[in-house]
Design a protein around this ligand. Structure first.
Ligand code: MSP
Length: 494
């Protein structure tokens, strides 16, 4: 099925509740999924939670709960957050799902049967916060730079995956973009790691009971990352339902932040190659957010809860504000204050105000036949709005699209100021019809362009407009329907 689109987000660790960083990736994936559905593609959008490992077992213990009980509660919080933010995932996977555990074991067995797993002694450092093995060079003053904790020294008999065997193949795939790693800075970073040479990877742990036991040695559990990565294919029934699997695989894009690109662009494709499957088509690692210039952390107390933000601004606004804050591949900074300012200027005062003005003006008129005989520059402005839309969407340049919509809205505002429609009903009613027709169609274009980003507001606008036919300027035929709409983005105090 060439017209399919399989998109994934990382499966988030459940020791934390959802925060704005998780929401950022998930909203971006949702925008792409909605856009592709609008293009009549068959979409499979996968989200989920990562529930095994030491970190999660410890978090459960702290709360006096069994790991399963804790995971059930935490996973539900992610689902609730995604529902509040209108995330249209098609499937939500949990690594404690019986199906995931069953198929992950088949995957592990296959890797073993193909000779890519061997037993050895792991001696080295491990950061529980990252659930990752560390080298001295990863540390700053002996501490993990992300968790500010000293890693533990591990020395145990483990199973290893022959990652090094895939070094050259991965290099060819990434260089040729057959496995596209985006943006280019991340691609170069991966090529740099391949140049240094990949080491084999310990893929099991002793004495970590909260995990998936290895099918060939029940005394060890699978390293949490190894089975977590498998979620992308256990969700689509690899080994168990060939038709469903081949319908979706390879994934079109795995979306994440730059922190975990290495796992997705190197380890994961190697695991797939080892069992004779194709790597994903693209791994996209967007930037990292700080809050008011600082890394988000519980200790600093600056963790932004997307559910709270949602309660204040509404899902559409949160989606818009996050994706328009900075370029998707770049690092960015979020501040409550800037959110509030931008909400007022770009949504309540900007697009929201424009839409209310246009509907209020047209509401004063009796039904009239739309008249597009005087495009007054809207044909060119609309062409500009759409000219790079698809290309930007495909290259995940969300903020450029949103900037383009704001520019178009500004064009509309200026048009209103110049055309002064409020006096025209007395002096030149024919001209008023032209002006209103142009403005009504223009807000239709705004709604169409925004619909993957702001599904609710766009739907409200589109429901109140005539049905569009065709593309480009002059899509509306027929009569203007009169409908009143409530303000889309009410002004918010405080
Ligand atoms: N469980 C692993 C992923 C396994 S995927 C097979 C994991 N989980 S996580 O909960 O730590 O999520 C990391 C991801 O959360 C990042 O890659 C990114 O998508 C998102 N973000 C978390 N904090 C973020 C920021 N401060 N800024 C932007 N995105 C962030 O890693």
């Amino acid at each position: 099925m060439p017209n399919k689109f399989y998109i994934t987000t990382p499966i988030y660790y459940v020791n934390d509740k959802p925060h704005i960083g998780h929401a950022y990736t998930t909203i971006a994936a949702d925008v792409l999924a909605r856009y592709c559905r609008g293009q009549r593609m068959e979409v499979f959008f996968l989200a989920g939670t990562d529930e095994h490992g030491v970190k999660i077992a410890q978090a459960a213990q702290k709360q006096g709960k069994s790991p399963k009980e804790f995971c059930d509660e935490q996973s539900e919080k992610f689902k609730e957050a995604w529902q509040a933010l209108h995330i249209s995932y098609d499937y939500f996977i949990r690594t404690t799902d019986e199906k995931h555990e069953r198929i992950a074991k088949l995957f592990l067995q296959k890797l073993y049967d193909k000779g890519f797993i061997y037993k050895g002694i792991y001696k080295g450092l491990y950061c529980v916060g990252c659930e990752a093995y560390k080298t001295e060079s990863d540390l700053v003053d002996g501490l993990c730079p992300d968790h500010k904790k000293a890693p533990i020294l591990l020395e145990e008999e483990n199973y290893f995956f022959k990652l090094s065997a895939f070094n050259d193949k991965l290099k060819t795939l990434i260089e040729s973009d057959e496995l596209s790693v985006e943006p280019v800075s991340r691609k170069n970073e991966m090529l740099g790691l391949l140049k240094e040479g990949l080491q084999d990877l310990a893929i099991s742990r002793k004495n970590v009971p909260w995990g998936i036991p290895l099918p060939f040695d029940a005394g060890q559990t699978a390293y949490v990352w190894i089975e977590a990565l498998m979620n992308y294919v256990t969700a689509i029934d690899i080994f168990e339902n060939e038709k469903r699997f081949s319908q979706w695989w390879p994934a079109d894009v795995h979306l994440m932040a730059k922190d975990i690109v290495k796992f997705h662009a190197l380890i994961w494709p190697a695991m797939l190659l080892a069992i004779g499957e194709k790597p994903p088509k693209q791994v996209f690692g967007h930037g990292f957010f700080t809050v008011d210039g600082q890394k988000m952390s519980k200790t600093v107390g600056n963790v932004i809860d997307p559910v709270e933000l949602n309660a204040k601004y509404g899902a559409d606004a949160v989606r818009y504000l996050l994706l328009s804050e900075c370029g998707f591949g770049e690092d960015g900074d979020i501040s409550f204050q800037r959110f509030a300012l931008r909400y007022q200027s770009e949504l309540a005062g900007g697009i929201g105000n424009l839409v209310s003005r246009v509907f209020a003006l047209s509401e004063k008129q009796r039904s009239f036949k739309l008249d597009f005989s005087s495009p007054d520059g809207f044909d060119a402005a609309t062409h500009k709005l759409w000219e790079h839309y698809d290309g930007r969407m495909k290259s995940l340049k969300f903020h450029e699209i949103l900037r383009g919509v704001q520019d178009y809205a500004t064009f509309c505002d200026r048009y209103i100021e110049n055309a002064k429609p409020w006096g025209l009903d007395k002096t030149d009613p024919a001209r008023l019809k032209q002006v209103l027709s142009n403005l009504l169609e223009a807000i239709g274009h705004i709604a169409n362009a925004l619909s993957p980003f702001m599904p609710e507001a766009s739907e409200i606008i589109l429901q109140s407009l005539p049905r569009a036919e065709g593309e480009g300027w002059g899509r509306y035929k027929g009569e203007e329907k009169k409908k009143k709409i409530a303000p889309l983005f009410p002004r918010i105090e405080g």
